[in-house]
Ligand binder design. Sequence first.
Ligand code: FAD
Length: 238
Amino acid sequence: MAEPTQDAVIVRVRDVTPRVREMVLLPSAQTISFVPGQWISLKLPVGERPPLNRAYTMAEPETPSGELVLAFDRVHQGLGSEYLYSLKPADRVTLSGPYGNFILPDPPTDDVVMIARYTGVVPFRCMLRRITAHPLSRSITLILVSQSLSELPYHEEFLELAERVPTFRYESLLPVIPAVSREDAEIQSTLDLWNALFRDRRDVMPMICGTKAFVRPIREQLRKLGFDRRNVRVETYD
Ligand SMILES: Cc1cc2nc3c(=O)[nH]c(=O)nc-3n(C[C@H](O)[C@H](O)[C@H](O)COP(=O)(O)OP(=O)(O)OC[C@H]3O[C@@H](n4cnc5c(N)ncnc54)[C@H](O)[C@@H]3O)c2cc1C
């Protein structure tokens, strides 16, 4: 059976960083009910055999208005994201969903360590906005890696949250890129921070999101540190 799709109108857009855009959509037929961490599939009229399906995670929890907030980066020569960057308020897109099980246990049974590279922070931003509306039963650490201060999505918001909520800790990483590749530097600095903060802890729940080149080596290192593969939750974008 074909998956049910519907149209949505673009209500507004705003730039979160010079290369990350937030887009607010309002589905026209049916409200989409979702859990933070879930995503929708956009059917874009581009590519050799349209529609081109691209997944985008909700950046904010469900609201009574039914608006969906997405956040995505402009991938160099990326078919889908370049097209999304061309859209303006009142344009329309086709979508389906929600999908996905990259979600927090409710309530979390362990302290949570969220690890994201760049727009991999989108599901965590959604979870944090939901959780911090209620008292936190467990501590949450967010480790966000990016190339530059201006490309840390929602950096100011996370700083403010860490000031306000004692059980939330925010660590931003901007690795210096020496002879090794950018990916290697990002992975190494994340693992160094992990060792500094959680070296002897196995009673935490790691969640990792980003591209495979970032997520997989970190999951592998955590496995070597004694984490069961199934207990490290991951979402990969590519
Ligand atoms: C479950 C899921 C949730 C996702 N949620 C988001 C989200 O909230 N925000 C978001 O920006 N993207 C998200 N993505 C990625 C998104 O679906 C697209 O893959 C991304 O926008 C690139 O598509 P494109 O057509 O522009 O690039 P393509 O033409 O498909 O080119 C992809 C190439 O760019 C590289 N690349 C660089 N940056 C990215 C990136 N961020 N994602 C994917 N590939 C990348 C890939 O390694 C690949 O080589 C998600 C993907 C999945 C599977």
